[in-house]
Design a protein. Structure first.
Length: 215
């Protein structure tokens, strides 16, 4: 792997990945929301789902789908708008359900199975516009084509990204899960968190839809 991927490129990509990951995006907000509503286990299951979704994006880019997305204005726009619409949908849902968060804390709310939690995390991960654009537009720039094994290099870069993401997303989830007791003491705090989280998701969706246009 060392001959196939120069260390300086790998480190540069890791640094850029870190900068992207450390700024909370749709996946992190989703993990935090799950941690606050359902606790540590749901948060970590969501992180697993997000990571599986990101892995699918990496494989798609390595197989050349990323190049198709980059070249096609229509495909790029459809994917971008679909991701944006999903974020807005999740945001509206969070705002509408903000007052029912108390039920989730006390155990009175409907229980979410592990598979459903994993699937919803996967859906957010695979439709995450920030990750999608990063993998399609940025990741290929770090590949050293003179070394060959282009697809393998892309998979390695994707692995680096996902390892960093798992560490930081899990940290966000564990911190949020630890703060549950403080929020659980006040329905008003819970409602505020649900509202702010939902509005943030809607804002993210609108931003994604309005930016990143193809020239």
């Amino acid at each position: 792997m060392g001959r196939m991927m120069p260390a300086d490129r790998l480190l540069a990509f890791a640094a850029m990945s870190f900068l992207l990951i450390v700024i909370p995006g749709p996946s992190v907000l989703f993990v935090i929301g799950r941690a606050l509503a359902q606790g540590r286990r749901a948060a970590l299951t969501t992180v697993m789902g997000n990571t599986l979704g990101a892995c699918v994006l990496v494989v798609a880019v390595a197989l050349g789908v990323g190049a198709v997305v980059e070249r096609s204005v229509l495909v790029f726009t459809v994917l971008k708008l679909a991701g944006a619409a999903y974020l807005v949908y999740l945001g509206v849902k969070a705002v509408r359900q903000r007052r029912s968060l108390q039920a989730a804390f006390t155990g009175d709310g409907p229980a979410h199975g592990g598979l459903r939690t994993l699937w919803e995390g996967f859906a957010v991960g695979v439709a995450n516009p920030k990750t999608m654009v990063f993998f399609a537009a940025v990741l290929p720039q770090f590949v050293d084509r003179s070394q060959g094994h282009v697809s393998a290099q892309m998979l390695l870069l994707g692995l680096v990204f996902n390892v960093i993401a798992v560490v930081f997303d899990s940290a966000w989830g564990l911190v949020a899960a630890g703060a549950r007791s403080w929020f659980a003491n006040s329905p008003r705090r819970l409602s505020l968190v649900g509202g702010v989280g939902g509005l943030t998701m809607i804002g993210l969706g609108v931003t994604v839809a309005a930016t990143g246009r193809k020239e």
